[in-house]
Design a protein around this ligand. Structure first.
Ligand code: AP5
Ligand code: MG
Length: 191
């Protein structure tokens, strides 16, 4: 199973990937989590990425490609993966296809979890209170939503044009969304 899990900021990618990785026995690779770990550890990557992340903008394609190539080369990713937060623009989608073609592991497909923007603003306001993630204040959330619409939504079309996109509604109970995803992936014949 090699899946690109797509969806807006706060759409539930991390939540769902955390559940699906057990079902599918593949690692959950979140570029946002990798970046936040780099920021916490004060690595050169973290130092370069922090201000961009706090502004809700995209870290450069070059830095992201290095990060994802390194992660995909690790042993646990050889049997599959759930990618969360990558690719995030068309250039990253093309780079990912090239990297995966080189190792003869093309993606099974992309799964788009859709959630209404105002519901997202509510979800992330709640998380801001609980966890204090530095990009969860309302102004930055709206910036992230705008960047998603401009740069990431076209990536869904990129997969759709190749017949590789499946869409599910990401609203409702968490377990309900998981069931929708499992049914959609089963119907698509992935994995
Ligand atoms: P990233 O960490 O990927 O953030 P994001 O895409 O904005 O998404 P989130 O992690 O906020 O949300 P999620 O979809 O994982 O939802 P979650 O499950 O947490 O990226 C952060 C930043 O890093 C970017 O802005 C950028 O700067 C940089 N970056 C990362 N990748 C990059 C790349 N490829 N290129 C360039 N830059 C990159 O759920 C959200 C909340 O909702 C949680 O509190 C959860 O408990 C709750 N929730 C989940 N499901 C439900 C439900 N069904 N009902 C109610 N609440 C729910
Ligand atoms: Mg996440």
């Amino acid at each position: 199973m090699r899946i690109v899990l797509m969806g807006p900021p706060g759409g539930g990618k991390g939540t769902q990937a955390g559940l699906l990785k057990q079902q599918w026995q593949v690692p959950h690779i979140s570029t946002g989590e990798l970046l936040r770990a780099a920021v916490r550890d004060g690595t050169p990557l973290g130092l370069k990425a922090k201000a961009t992340m706090d502004a809700g903008e995209l870290v450069s394609d070059d830095l992201m490609l290095g990060l994802i190539e390194e992660r995909l080369s690790q042993p646990d990713a050889q049997t599959g993966f759930i990618l969360d937060g990558y690719p995030r623009n068309l250039s990253q989608a093309e780079s990912l296809d090239q990297v995966l073609a080189r190792i003869q592991q093309p993606v099974s497909g992309a799964l788009l979890v859709e959630v209404d923007s105002e519901k997202i603003v509510d979800r992330l306001a709640k998380r801001a209170q609980q966890e204090g993630r530095s990009d969860d204040n309302e102004a930055t959330v709206r910036k992230r939503l705008a960047i998603y619409a401009e740069q990431t939504a076209p990536v869904a079309n990129y997969y759709a044009e190749k017949g590789q996109l499946v869409q599910v509604l990401g609203e409702g109970e968490i377990a309900e969304v998981t069931q929708r995803i499992l049914a959609a992936v089963n119907e698509a014949g992935w994995g």
